[in-house]
Design a protein around this ligand. Structure first.
Ligand code: BG6
Length: 473
């Protein structure tokens, strides 16, 4: 396992909230090598002790309580303040780490990927067997993603590049694969003949909160759909890989993403709704709306079509929004009605379809909606009732932060949960078709009050199973 982590963006929000806490947990659980150390790189001026004090103050209360582990982590950290646009400065400060098995982690905006790559190369930090980890977003559209990938490829082999989509590090997301390919019962009906529609929803109660600048350039489509939601879609829709290794899985995901039907301007009004939250109340707290001069969305609902044999004609509804009434990440698979209805009640039209509902966040639950006759039927009539089988794993296993798993895998060199260049580009190709279609058809954002499920026009895109019992994270 590699033992030197160069963490760029060390004073950023992501590092404070997830990356350092993940390292702390891994150290505490003795999952990192004894020689493990962190070279933290940021823009702010600190010496090593200054950075350690700064970081100690910013760790969650819970983490600060774990003093021994926190001390252990802090004493493994050294800090450098470096301008990533200055390749000479990077070389001067960082070449001393080049003789170790190093992993450079760019938790920076994408416009710094290319210059950072040049500086790392100059410092000898991209030589085999070193590795490079990149946070999303990889670019802003297909052209910029291609440019970033080309720069990376010129510096190191794809087998040493780790593009993060933190949803892939979440245990319930990995469970989607286990459910699909570990169960004859499911895989046998996992296709257009038996499945009527698939819903993927990622609802957040959080708002744009302090990330207005970034969000204005990205919006919900590029921030959430291009990566997390399309990865979920790809895992649900892909063909069985021949093996459970990184490239076999990524080959299949890429095929699904390539099969997404590009959205046209003619389809845009029927197959999408954009929204932006205004003032409202979430979790009993009054919150302000998202103001910006550009027409950027905080909510998007899309109907996606996968043009292949397995999924032809099956709508995949993707809905994500900020400032929703509840936090909920769910996949709902709705099956087709039985071919002939034998019972009196409820009528075939009113009987809810069999549904498999997999809630990934905030709690992992799995429910199967079936029909049964539980109550004593009236004389002469068989009355069916919907019933729900709870398939939730019990006891629920201890959950780790997604980044803990991803960090270990990057240090070990396992690419299975990281996104390959061609997947990123296939996803952007479809996203570009959506944003082009919006522009051509003039599809703008519609207002919705914070604390609601998006603009009224989005109602047909929302699964009827959606309930408001999610809790804020
Ligand atoms: C990030 C997005 O990638 O994912 C954020 O940039 C979003 O806007 C976050 O809030 C959601 O992640 P999670 O793990 O809280 O569902």
């Amino acid at each position: 396992m590699h033992d030197t982590l160069l963490l760029f963006g060390a004073t950023g929000d992501l590092a404070q909230r997830y990356l350092f806490p993940s390292l702390l947990h891994l150290l505490r659980d003795r999952l990192l090598p004894a020689s493990f150390r962190v070279v933290a790189i940021g823009r702010s001026e600190h010496d090593d002790d200054g950075f350690r004090t700064w970081l100690r103050e910013r760790m969650d209360d819970g983490e600060r309580g774990d003093n021994a582990a926190l001390d252990d982590l802090l004493q493994r950290i050294v800090y450098h303040s470096i301008d990533l646009n200055d390749a000479d400065a990077m070389k001067a400060a960082l070449s001393r780490y080049a003789d170790r098995a190093a992993v450079s982690y760019l938790s920076t905006p994408p416009d710094l990927f290319a210059p950072a790559c040049l500086g790392l190369k100059a410092a000898g930090l991209l030589e085999d067997p070193s590795r490079l980890v990149l946070e999303k977003p990889i670019g802003h559209d297909l052209a910029s993603a291609r440019a970033i990938n080309a720069t990376l490829r010129a510096s190191l082999d794809e087998s040493r590049i780790f593009r993060i989509d933190h949803y892939l590090g979440k245990a319930p997301v990995q469970n989607l694969l286990a459910l699909r390919f570990g169960n004859t019962l499911l895989e046998a009906v996992w296709e257009r003949r038996w499945i009527e529609s698939v819903d993927i929803i990622v609802a957040e109660t959080a708002g744009v909160d302090g990330r207005e600048g970034y969000y204005a350039g990205y919006g919900a489509l590029r921030d959430m759909v291009q990566n997390h939601m399309l990865q979920l879609l790809a895992l649900i829709a892909m063909e069985p890989p021949s093996e459970i290794d990184a490239d076999s899985i990524r080959d299949e995901k890429r095929k699904v993403l390539r099969a997404l039907r590009p959205m046209t301007a003619a389809d845009a009004a029927r197959d999408s709704v954009r929204g932006r939250y205004g003032d409202g109340v979430v979790d009993g707290v009054a919150v302000k709306g998202f103001q910006h001069e550009s027409d950027v969305g905080t909510f998007v609902a899309l109907r996606a079509w996968i043009d292949n044999w397995r999924w032809s004609g099956v709508p995949f509804r993707l809905v994500t929004g900020k400032r929703m009434p509840a936090r909920a990440t769910e996949v709902v698979v709705s099956f087709r009605p039985v071919s002939h209805w034998l019972f009196d009640r409820p009528s075939a039209e009113r009987a809810p379809p069999n549904r498999m509902r997999m809630r990934l966040q905030p709690q992992e639950t799995i429910e199967l909606g079936l029909m049964g006759s539980l109550a004593a039927p009236e004389w002469g009539a068989t009355e069916l009732q919907p019933m729900s089988l709870d398939l939730t794993m019990s006891p629920t296993p201890k959950r780790r932060i997604a980044y803990e798993r991803l960090m270990i895998d990057a240090l070990k060199g396992d690419q299975t949960l990281f996104v390959r260049d061609d997947e990123v580009e296939a996803a952007w190709r479809w996203i570009d078709s959506v944003s082009d279609a919006w522009r051509e058809a003039g599809v703008g954002t519609q207002p919705y009050p914070a604390g609601s499920w998006g603009p009224p026009a989005a109602a047909p895109f929302l699964p009827t199973t959606l309930s408001g019992n999610g809790k804020r994270k």
